[in-house]
Each structure stands twice: as structure tokens, then as C-alpha cells.
Design a protein. Structure first.
Length: 200
């Protein structure tokens, strides 16, 4: 008899739950469907997580941790953050769908892991402050606004591909994504750069 592997079972549950929540939201998700797709059982899922909201929170935590580890805002190159975020989000569109489902289900202050995630974003704001101190980012800009604006630049391309298709009137291809990524970085650079008087 094969040895039971809790980590592998949890990974299967997370994969199935990620797809389920991203597609149906929290209210519409069905634990029996997650169990079937994970080759597990409802009883085991309830034993591990207790209820759907707790399972959703665990799945979201795992995906947001992956995002945080993959995309870092560095003071020396703040504008490239938007390109790295674009890469992650286009490769993992379920993350933005999960966040959208979270917004529909929870009040803002009741979002899972609110305090921990707020502190994580505060570290990004601190990186912008450091860049401003080094003269790399316009010091007149509110650092938290810079972080939120750069995150927002990525969202529509991923969240609404039909709008992207309509506005750009091009098929969404790797080549188009590469051009749009370069555009985002240049746009961010122009938005946050320090204006300097022309030299004599």
C-alpha cells in the first residue's frame, strides 16, 4: 500500500480549489467538485480546512506568497516592477481572478490575512521612499500612490482580455505582450521620474 502523502494531497486540493474559486467564486464553488478534481474527498477537505472560506483563504495565501516571492519592487529600478508584475500576472491569470472574487465576497478590512498583506505592501511603499531619497523617483509623489498605480497599470490587460482585444484591435500574442510590457515600463518610468532642468 502506497504511503499517504499529506503534502501531495494538499497540493492537489490547492490546484483544484484554485481553479474552482477562480471560476465560480466562493459562493459558487462546490467542495464536492474540488474533491473530485483533486482525487480526494469532501470529508478530508473539511478535516483539513473546516469550511470553504478557510480553504479559499489558504489558496489565496499560497498564490499571493508565490507572487510576493516572484515580484520584488527594488528601489534602484522601481519602474521595472510593473514589467515583472505583468509577467507574473499574464502567466498566472488565476491570481487576479482570485483577488476579484475576494473583493466580491469580503469587506475590504475583512479580507483574509489583511494585516500581513498590508505590511507586505508597506514594504513596497518603503522601497519607493528609498528610491525617492536616492533621487530616482519624484519626491512629490505619494509613495503608496506610486505602488497602487503601478499595480493598476497591469490589471486591465489581464482581467479583461476582451477589452484588451477591442482597444488594441490585435490578437493577443506573445509578441503583443512583449510590446505592451515594454510600454508599461517606459510609461512607469516617465510617470515617476525626477524632472530635471535641461543642462546649459
Amino acid at each position: 500500500m502506497a504511503k499517504y502523502d499529506r503534502a501531495e494531497t494538499t497540493a492537489r486540493i490547492f490546484r483544484a480549489a484554485t481553479a474552482e474559486f477562480a471560476t465560480y467564486g466562493i459562493a459558487g464553488a462546490r467542495v464536492d467538485r474540488i474533491a473530485a478534481n483533486a482525487d480526494s474527498s469532501k470529508a478530508l477537505i473539511y478535516s483539513y480546512f473546516g469550511d470553504k472560506e478557510t480553504l479559499f483563504a489558504a489558496v489565496l495565501r499560497a498564490r499571493m506568497t508565490q507572487l510576493a516571492e516572484a515580484v520584488v519592487l527594488r528601489p534602484e529600478s522601481v519602474e521595472t516592477f510593473v514589467g515583472d508584475l505583468f509577467d507574473f500576472m499574464t502567466a498566472n491569470p488565476d491570481v487576479l481572478r482570485l483577488v476579484s472574487q475576494e473583493a466580491l465576497h469580503f469587506a475590504p478590512d475583512a479580507a483574509p490575512d489583511f494585516a500581513e498583506r498590508r505590511d507586505h505592501y508597506a514594504s513596497k511603499t518603503s522601497a519607493v521612499v528609498e528610491a525617492q531619497s536616492a533621487g530616482l523617483v519624484d519626491g512629490s509623489l505619494a509613495p503608496s500612490f506610486v505602488v497602487l498605480s503601478m499595480m493598476a497599470l497591469v490589471s486591465w490587460f489581464v482581467a479583461a482580455p476582451q477589452i484588451t482585444r477591442m482597444v488594441l484591435d490585435e490578437e493577443i500574442t506573445p509578441e503583443l505582450r512583449a510590446r505592451y510590457r515594454a510600454h508599461l515600463i517606459e510609461l512607469a518610468r516617465r510617470l515617476i521620474r525626477v524632472d530635471r532642468a535641461p543642462s546649459d
